[in-house]
Write a protein that binds this ligand. Structure first.
Ligand code: FPP
Length: 236
């Protein structure tokens, strides 16, 4: 059995799903929010400790103003509808990313949810929101350089560098799922995904459900993880 403590998801395909149905892209994002709610509850019931979802990247600002402002309103829609259920299920909310550029009203709603759920001990629902992997690494390097200059840190290694990443308190990412069939990382968790297993599926995020998650986990369970060591079961 491979342990599954930390699941990360690139929730892609909302726009394509909407287009296929003749709906505006925002309808895909709205359906995506409902799917996220049910997957959060299901992942928690499976005993997964952390679910990190790519909700908005540092590159997503390039989208139309209307779409960006709609995505910025999603936390309000999500938490207004589901905070009670998240509390009942002992889910804790966290966020990773650059908070500075996020509109203050959106940040207020997210911070309220973080505060309300801070003592919950079940699944951590971690939103990557205005998140970019390269940005995270550069920030970490700058913070380390400052601590070095101030004489607070002297030895930089993989373990000490991790303390400067947004994910410092979270377990290693075991599995990354990307919906919507694209085979790329799109600047998501570049440092953290070094030895994670990667499952890409054609299902668009608004069509994702518990059964599809089960199939992804089954595929993950069939993977032989060796973290760069030799796989003794291979003949060559
Ligand atoms: C990618 O699909 C999806 C996003 C950029 C937004 C994802 C956000 C959610 C599913 C909801 C997050 C919830 C909260 C509470 C913030 P796309 O638009 O790139 O789809 P496409 O590739 O088909 O165009």
């Amino acid at each position: 059995m491979n342990t599954l403590n930390h699941l990360a998801i690139i929730m892609d395909g909302n726009g394509r799903w909407a287009k296929l149905k003749g709906l505006p892209r925002t309808a895909g994002h709205y359906k995506g929010v409902e799917v996220l709610r049910s997957i959060t509850i299901y992942a928690n019931s499976l005993g997964i400790k952390c679910l990190t979802v790519y909700a908005f990247s540092t590159e997503n600002w390039k989208r139309s103003e209307d779409e960006v402002s709609y995505i910025m309103s999603l936390p309000k829609i999500f938490f207004a509808s589901y905070i009670k259920e998240l509390m009942e299920n002992n889910v804790r909310v966290m966020i990773i990313g650059d908070r500075e550029k996020i509109p203050s009203e959106t940040m207020r709603v997210i911070d309220d949810a973080i505060e309300t759920t801070k003592n919950n001990t079940g699944l951590i629902l971690n939103f990557a929101f205005n998140y970019g992997g390269r940005d995270e690494i550069v920030r970490a390097a700058k913070a380390y350089a400052k601590d070095y200059a101030d004489g607070k840190k002297t030895d930089l290694n993989e373990e000490s560098f991790k303390e400067y990443l947004y994910t410092r308190d979270l377990p290693e990412v075991d599995l990354l799922i990307r919906t919507g069939s694209e085979m790329r990382l799109s600047n998501f968790l570049l440092y953290q995904l070094a030895y994670s297993e990667f499952v890409v599926i054609d299902t668009l995020w608004p069509d994702f459900n518990n059964g599809v998650l089960d199939q992804c986990i089954e595929e993950y369970q069939n993977r032989k993880r060796n973290f760069g060591g030799r796989d003794e079961t291979k003949s060559h």
